[in-house]
Ligand binder design. Structure first.
Ligand SMILES: Cc1cc2nc3c(=O)[nH]c(=O)nc-3n(C[C@H](O)[C@H](O)[C@H](O)COP(=O)(O)OP(=O)(O)OC[C@H]3O[C@@H](n4cnc5c(N)ncnc54)[C@H](O)[C@@H]3O)c2cc1C
Length: 395
């Protein structure tokens, strides 16, 4: 993974300097997209190295095309794509919604890929120009570049001036808090999530299974290992540790108990889920923009947080070029991106709703409704997802 040290230069470089705060998926992808359009990019990441948290990640067709637009197409061929039948199951394994990966692939124009986060972050970081990533560098946007001024970013190594600042500093974005003081803050989602990669077990079919306030996702990776996520609504009573989680899911369908039994406890991530209620009214202030979770942290139920971050980056590269028009181009970028990310945030929240239900009556009615809807229901779901998944990067 690329990781360059060294002191940043203080001044602006020939009107093409773009500074990116944050080296997660959105910051790295923004750096690649801008560098491809002639910007001199510096990506500042406060962590000492790129050690991405989060076990696996699903990359939906819209984001597969975004990665291709960043020049990361060749490497995608080797990654695992969802295959055969997949869909939503009950805790006992009965199918509530069943679909076929090939069919979905033709409907949305590409397949959904599942890969280890470290793999994705490594692919994007390797596409950055050499020397453009500075780890162990905490950064603060001290001037967003309003009223014709250059933007300024203060770092632990000195200050940087920039014609463009991309704030990709995640859900807790200090840039958002400081320069978007009226923006809504992240709120709790009343749910706890576990993520891990388990060793290979035979007969794994990609699926998400819904119980009473519990969701379990199972997704095979290209190397045979299995990416799993579990979310438990607080109302369902949150297991205190992995052993309690194993006990809670002991009666669930195969291979869930076996995957939980096989995982190394030291590799299991646990997070309280949070999300922004909406993106700020504008994603641009002067020469500074918010991207990724800093702009639109959403519930993970649609698996689109990282995908939208990749879209942000690709559209930024396509629409904002070095020159006198940067602030106006950033406003137009915001007008293009904001309605889309708000739609995806809302859709994610709508899908999350019934997964938090714990009442046997409500979840029973939910399951019967989904089963009765059958293929018609799956087609309706696909229709709702189509505008999200069929998105294509600007030419
Ligand atoms: C349980 C779960 C499952 C998910 N599954 C999926 C999925 O399958 N598909 C999908 O697309 N999305 C998924 N997501 C969402 C996805 O993980 C996020 O949307 C994505 O990682 C956001 O990336 P980011 O770069 O915007 O933010 P982050 O990953 O939070 O990166 C922000 C970076 O900025 C750095 N930083 C912060 N402040 C500073 C500073 N002052 N100076 C320098 N650096 C700084 C941080 O160290 C960090 O590296 C999931 C999320 C969760 C919680």
């Amino acid at each position: 993974m690329t990781s360059e040290g060294g002191a940043p230069g203080a001044g602006s470089t020939d009107g093409r300097r773009a500074v990116v705060v944050g080296g997660g998926i959105s910051g790295l992808a923004s750096g690649v997209a801008l560098a491809r359009q002639g910007w001199t990019v510096t990506v500042l990441e406060r962590a000492p190295s790129l050690e991405p948290v989060g076990a696996g990640i699903a990359i939906a067709p819209n984001a597969v095309r975004s990665l291709a637009a960043l020049g990361i197409a060749e490497q995608l061929r080797d990654l695992s794509a969802l295959q055969g039948e997949y869909g939503i199951r009950r805790a006992d394994g009965g199918w509530l919604v069943r679909t076929d990966a090939q069919e979905a692939g033709s409907l949305f124009g590409d397949r959904t890929l599942v890969l280890h986060r470290a793999h994705l972050v490594g692919l994007i970081a390797d596409a950055l120009p050499a020397g453009s990533l500075r780890t162990a560098t905490s950064a603060t946007v001290v001037e967003p570049g309003t009223d014709g001024r250059a933007a300024r970013v203060s770092t632990s190594d000195g200050d940087l001036e920039a014609e463009l600042v991309v704030a990709a500093d995640g859900i807790g974005s200090a840039t958002r808090t400081r320069w978007w003081p009226d923006a809504p803050s992240p709120g709790p989602a009343d749910s706890t999530a576990w993520r891990f990669v388990a060793p290979a077990v035979p007969g794994v079919v990609g699926s998400e299974s819904w119980g009473r306030g519990v969701v379990v996702g199972v997704m095979p990776l290209a190397d045979g290992r299995v990416y799993c996520y579990v979310s438990v609504a607080h109302a369902a009573g949150v297991p205190r540790d992995l052993d309690e989680l194993r006990d809670r899911l002991a009666g669930w369908h195969d291979p869930i108990p076996a995957l939980l039994a096989a995982v190394d406890p030291g590799t299991v991530l646990r997070n309280e889920l949070r999300a922004l209620p909406a993106p700020p009214p504008s994603l641009a202030v002067g020469r500074t923009v918010l991207v990724g979770d800093a702009a639109h942290a959403m519930l993970p139920n649609l698996g689109q947080g990282g995908c939208q971050a990749l879209e942000d980056a690709v559209v930024l590269g396509a629409r904002v070029h070095p020159g006198p028009e940067v602030p106006a181009a950033l406003l137009r970028w915001s007008q293009e991106r904001r309605p889309r990310v708000e739609h995806v945030m809302r859709l994610s929240a709508r899908i999350a709703g019934p997964t938090l239900w714990t009442s046997p009556v409500l979840t029973g009615a939910r399951d019967v409704g989904m089963r009765l809807a059958g293929r018609w229901g799956a087609a309706l779901g696909a229709r709702a997802l189509r505008p999200v998944m069929s998105w294509r990067p600007p030419a």
